[in-house]
Design a protein. Structure first.
Length: 152
């Protein structure tokens, strides 16, 4: 039996929030060298996971919601616009993670992760408030919320 999609959305968001907080802590000044060495790979994995989640929403959940609840069209358009904006931030995080891997330093990475965390938290909270209940009324599985046919 699948869980309601609204709860699954919150679960995915909570996992991504936790992962992003861990990245922020690792990027903070004073993190152990061992933690900082693995940070680039963890940044890239997080960026890929968030991109997959947003791609899944754009291709699965949002079209399904728009078809079943046409009144949500403006909200869904705003969320899809947020995804584009967030993808630009993710590209900068990926670039800075590459810089850290290549040179052992990336002075802007911590700040970029902090900015990403603020934007993502606002976006996730908005999504949860505006579409979780509608998701619960959709037939379907968690595959609507992530790319690749399954939950993250």
């Amino acid at each position: 039996m699948t869980s309601p999609l609204g709860a699954e959305l919150r679960r995915i968001h909570d996992t991504l929030r936790t992962d992003l907080r861990a990245l922020q802590a690792a990027a903070a000044t004073g993190a152990r060298p061992q933690v900082r060495r693995t940070l680039p790979a963890h940044c890239l994995a997080f960026c890929a996971a968030l991109t997959a989640h947003h791609t899944g929403e754009d291709a699965g959940a949002f079209p399904a919601l728009a078809q079943r609840f046409p009144e949500l069209a403006p909200v869904l358009a705003k969320m899809a616009e947020d995804h584009v904006w967030i993808s630009g931030i993710l590209a900068r995080v990926e670039e800075l993670a590459g810089e850290l891997a290549a040179s052992g330093t990336s002075p802007r990475l911590a700040g970029e992760l902090d900015g990403l965390a603020a934007v993502v938290e606002s976006h996730f909270s908005f999504e949860e408030r505006r579409i979780a209940a509608a998701l619960d009324r959709l037939p379907g599985t968690a595959a609507l919320l992530s790319a690749g046919g399954g939950p993250l």
